[in-house]
Design a protein around this ligand. Structure first.
Ligand code: IPE
Ligand code: IPE
Ligand code: MG
Length: 265
């Protein structure tokens, strides 16, 4: 899906849109590669795990801002399929952190009507974390607020392979005619099924790559890369990303119907 109407933007929330931004041109869905925790810690002479801790605070801040500013969905990259290659201590710390934070924040998420989901190959996660994820997903599934997707043990390639496998299985059983597989049928097998595609991708810490994130869904996302390290990401940085997004002419392969100066008379 592309260029959708906002999922969930009650006018009271849009009233909170920060000055300088056009409430009618806010993205429906923001995706974030939260990068730079380790460098943030290193710059302060701290162990990397302190960067991850501070990163949680930045995430809570960003979720609240997006919810307040009328963004329908926020999808964040918390742990990639490649992050298992980090030192065992760091991986273990991250898993324990996810568990602690989810436990601690569940009540607040519920109060703020956040609908949380975890996208990724969840079976490889520690069992206690899996249980907590199932509980949080179910508890918040009927909430009316922002869709908050946390990509955990997520890899874009893994997601595409799993989708292809599901389709192949249905076809092999004779339940699906392969000639009927189109973009919509395929997208319905992704972790993000039922979510609109992100309009805006933000990557912090200045890295200019997608690192296996939402390879399918980012097809027409606008990309904003900022030098801020994730733990420092705040209202100013988010506002800047949104202001940058609002300068873009989104053409989806066509011609811009509003800015017509480059079109033949
Ligand atoms: C992002 O920060 C968080 C995760 C990948 C879990 P990093 O840990 O990648 O921080 P840098 O890139 O080393 O600074
Ligand atoms: C991407 O960051 C993954 C997450 C933010 C969870 P990385 O730090 O793992 O990406 P690379 O290694 O710099 O590409
Ligand atoms: Mg990194």
């Amino acid at each position: 899906m592309r260029h959708p109407s906002p999922i969930n933007t009650g006018s009271s929330r849009l009233d909170l849109c920060p000055t300088g931004l056009d409430p009618a041109r806010m993205p429906s869905h923001i995706a974030v590669i939260m990068d730079g925790n380790g460098r943030w810690a290193k710059a302060k002479g701290l162990p990397r795990i302190m960067g991850h801790r501070a990163g949680v605070e930045a995430l809570k801040r960003t979720l609240r801002l997006c919810n307040d500013w009328g963004i329908g969905a926020l999808t964040v990259y918390a742990f990639s399929t490649e992050n298992w290659s980090r030192p065992g201590d760091e991986v273990n710390f991250l898993m324990a952190l996810f568990e602690r934070v989810l436990q601690r924040e569940l009540e607040a998420l519920q109060l703020e009507q956040v609908r949380i989901r975890f996208l990724g190959d969840l079976q490889a996660l520690p069992e206690r974390l899996q249980d907590l994820i199932a509980e949080a997903t179910e508890l918040t599934s009927r909430n009316s607020g922002i869709h908050f997707n946390v990509c955990t043990n997520y890899g874009g390639r893994r997601e595409l392979v799993l989708a292809a496998r599901k389709l192949a299985e249905s076809a092999a059983k004779g339940e699906l005619d392969p000639s009927l597989i189109d973009e919509n049928v395929f997208a319905a097998k992704l972790f993000t099924a039922s979510e609109v595609d992100p309009d805006l991708l933000i990557r912090t810490s200045g890295e200019m790559r997608v690192s296996n994130f939402l390879l399918w869904q980012l097809a027409y996302a606008e990309i904003h890369i900022c030098d801020v390290l994730w733990p420092d990401f705040d209202a100013t940085a988010l506002r800047e990303a949104l202001a940058d997004y609002q300068t873009r002419s989104r053409r989806f392969g066509g011609l811009d119907p509003i800015n017509t100066d480059y079109i033949d008379p």
